[in-house]
Design a binder for this molecule. Structure first.
Ligand SMILES: *Cc1c(COP(=O)(O)O)cnc(C)c1O
Length: 224
């Protein structure tokens, strides 16, 4: 199947046509990104800073680049001038550094807080208590060059649909709870980034507003 055919059949299976498709282009060459771009895709997701910088330099400037991986604080400066949305923010330290680099670049950078929802061991994401603490902290209020526009989560890697559905439902419930609270002025909660190639339909049924899809568009990744 070609990228074109993949994109068409993917869009046909969207439960929510308004859900944003972020095409995850990590490991794929710029030529593949250009094919998707020429078919109208403008949102692309990458998870390595250096790879993202290299691609951003040679591709059209109206691409909206999403950082979807684990971002190290010392690398924020390289993407701060152009990044559109950082999906995986999971500490005050990282958020503070994003704010600092955003200020230098004279921008407000949009971020999603990553919440840990899976049943498997993972180092990344905040649990419900940590999320609560971060949101309530004094420090977060003064970060005027970041805007927190939602939450991001990854379900357990399993083919058990009920497990995945429960986890996405849990993320949606955390989102709704958070949204009903009084929040600092740098919060404007509207996005829930959940769903990948294997589980985006369930994610959309459970309230996803952004899906991050690689394999179903570009095919299997080859890691060298
Ligand atoms: C790689 C990646 C994806 C895309 O995964 P596919 O299964 O290829 O669709 C989505 N989200 C994150 C955080 C990723 O690292």
């Amino acid at each position: 199947m070609s990228i074109k055919e993949n994109l068409l059949s993917l869009k046909n299976t969207f439960v929510n046509p308004h859900c944003l498709l972020v095409a995850v282009s990590k490991t794929h060459p710029v030529d593949a990104i250009r094919v998707a771009y020429d078919l109208g895709v403008r949102d692309f997701g990458e998870n390595k800073v250096q790879e993202l910088e290299e691609k951003q330099a040679v591709l059209p400037k109206d691409i909206r680049w999403h950082f979807i991986g684990h971002l190290q604080s010392n690398k924020v400066k390289y993407i701060a001038p152009f990044i559109y949305l950082i999906h995986g923010v999971d500490s005050l330290k990282l958020l503070t550094e994003i704010n600092k680099q955003a200020e230098k670049a004279d921008r407000v950078i949009h971020c999603l807080l990553q919440v840990y929802i899976a049943k498997e061991d993972s180092k990344f994401g905040l649990d419900e208590n940590e999320l609560e603490q971060l949101v309530q902290s004094e420090e977060i209020k003064s970060l005027s060059n970041v805007k927190i526009i939602g939450l991001m989560g990854m379900a357990t890697f399993t083919d058990k649909e009920d497990v995945i559905r429960q986890e996405f439902r849990f993320l949606k419930s955390i989102f709704d709870k958070l949204k009903s609270k009084e929040l600092p002025s740098n919060f404007d909660l509207k996005e829930i980034s959940m769903g990948m190639s294997g589980d985006y339909i369930i994610a959309q049924e459970e309230g996803s507003t952004m899906v991050r899809i690689g394999t179903a568009i570009f095919g299997e990744r080859e890691y060298k």
